[in-house]
Ligand binder design. Sequence first.
Ligand code: UDP
Length: 151
Amino acid sequence: MERTFVMIKPDGVRKGLIGPILTRFEQKGFKLQEMKLMRIERDKAEQHYQEHREKAFFGELVSFLTSGQVCAMVWEGPNAVAAARLLIGHTNPANAAPGTIRGDFALEVAENIIHGSDSAESADREMELFFGTDAKPGIPSFDVDELDSYP
Ligand code: UDP
């Protein structure tokens, strides 16, 4: 089992896509481990996208990410990092295949709806940044399977 960090960006939240995106991840078989609707500070957005610090689009990317609420999540499943990237689709929505989230819901790279970690190392770093120790496997949190035992 692997965990990955996924974030619906402000454009996705504004367009009312939290529900449809959760559905796609659940239908695929991923298990939701953490979820938080939040606004992020500039500093956190910069840390999250630290590998793009030198890129021309960095300033706009950080402003965009702090322009509204995001929905931060941790999903678990076999090969979760790669499998989530496939579900999300190509970085540029114009090149993303229909059936992928970016392929179906976006057209421009600057507003491509959703983020998914690109490696297990990035996933660990991003889960720590957004959820701290809560996202670590083995730390007990609410488990939907427990519902079965309620009367
Ligand atoms: N991005 C952008 N312009 C570009 C390339 C990327 O605005 O020319 C943004 C886009 O929102 C993308 C994010 O920067 O999702 C991070 O880029 P990356 O290459 O890591 O793509 P991702 O992993 O999100 O597919």
